[in-house]
Design a protein around this ligand. Structure first.
Ligand code: UT7
Length: 328
């Protein structure tokens, strides 16, 4: 049991149909395609439309695809960890709702919220269950309907976010594959720079909080930007160097918050630019879904044994980096 590692054995994903363009955003707030492309690097983002639709609907689609692709019967799944900052509701957990929608009946499930680092932390947490040998099929799903907490009257934040979900299967292996090293960090000093002001226990919803538009993402962009570049690059370089990974052959799967942040982290790591996974232009920042959405899109290019560094930064502040050897 002591030598078991957790390896990713499949990926599924789901993005909603509706595409919100920079031109449409420019008709809603005072912005332009040129500003958004230059400052953030986003052209389009997908938005989940429909009354009564939430993160679990996207999560369920991603998990269904994952189970099909990995030829897994829903009853075989042991654990579902759902990473989200936009749960369907405060309780029950969105993972429980996804299990119900997919027909996963023999698993236990819980949600994990670490801002935009949720999926990275989730990989760490889920891998520990697998490494014990007790849990054989663990589903880790990132699902965020960011449009539910995005203020489409605030030009500083509304171009950034999109809706999506993606999921991975983690299974035990004795091969030298899977999750091999990590460096995860939190500093709560960041909690006033990126947060939702109302709707939690400190400030429950009232007419005043709604009038003050406090149920949306609040972000002090420049402060978050500086922290994100420094901390993602520091931890990614540390994990890469202490494991003697070659920057010419290692992939970088960075959280997709801003193309300038991604470029800066890639440069600090000296990674071959063709091995930096980037899809922010199409999807924007989908929070818990960015990293597994990269895996889904790069799945065909990845080969068994490829080295990947995952690096993220998010609300909290939370950040970190992980070394993964791709499993198939
Ligand atoms: O995922 C979790 C982690 N989050 C992040 O990593 C996000 C980090 N931050 C960022 O990506 C960037 O700070 C933003 C994209 C949020 C903002 O970009 P910025 O280059 O830092 O812009 P800024 O906030 O410094 O604003 C520059 C100017 C301001 O105008 P003045 O004061 O110079 O006249 C803003 O009012 O750009 C203006 N501005 C806009 N103009 C057109 C802000 N938003 C817009 C907009 N369109 N959408």
């Amino acid at each position: 049991m002591g030598n078991l590692r957790a390896v990713i054995t499949g990926v599924g994903h789901y993005v909603p149909d509706y595409i919100l363009t920079n031109d449409e955003l420019s008709s809603m707030v005072d912005t332009s395609d040129e500003w958004i492309m230059t400052r953030i690097g986003i052209k389009t983002r997908h938005i989940l439309k429909g009354v009564g639709k939430g993160s679990s609907d996207m999560g369920a689609e991603a998990v269904k695809q994952l189970l099909e692709k990995t030829h897994t019967n829903p009853e075989e799944v042991d654990l579902v960890v759902c990473c989200t900052v936009t749960p369907d509701m405060l309780f029950p957990g969105t993972g429980a709702i996804i299990c119900d929608k997919v027909g996963i009946t023999n698993a236990f499930s819980f949600d994990l919220n670490a801002g935009c680092s949720s999926f990275l932390y989730g990989l760490s947490v889920a891998s520990k269950f697998v490494e014990t040998g007790r849990y054989k099929k663990v589903v880790l799903v990132g699902a965020d309907k960011m449009s539910a907490i995005t203020d489409y009257q605030d030009r500083a934040t509304c171009p950034i976010f999109g809706d999506a979900s993606a999921a991975v299967m983690l299974e035990p292996t004795t091969e030298y594959l899977g999750i091999l090293d990590e460096e995860l960090k939190t500093d709560g000093v960041g909690r006033t720079h990126l947060y939702q002001k109302a709707g939690g226990s400190v400030k429950p919803p009232t007419h005043d909080t709604i009038d003050a538009r406090e149920h949306y993402v609040y972000q002090e962009g420049q402060i978050v930007f500086k922290w994100a570049v420094a901390k993602m690059a520091d931890t990614a370089c540390e994990v890469m160097q202490r494991n003697h990974l070659d920057p010419n052959t290692t992939w970088l799967a960075p959280h997709q918050a801003n193309l300038r942040i991604i470029d800066a982290v890639g440069r600090r790591m000296n990674i071959d630019p063709s091995r930096v996974m980037i899809n922010i232009e199409k999807y924007g920042n989908t929070t818990s879904a960015t990293v597994p959405l990269l895996f889904a899109e790069w799945e065909q290019l990845l080969k068994k044994g490829d080295d990947i560094i995952v690096a993220t930064f998010g609300a909290g502040f939370t950040w970190g980096a992980m070394w993964i050897k791709w499993g198939y």
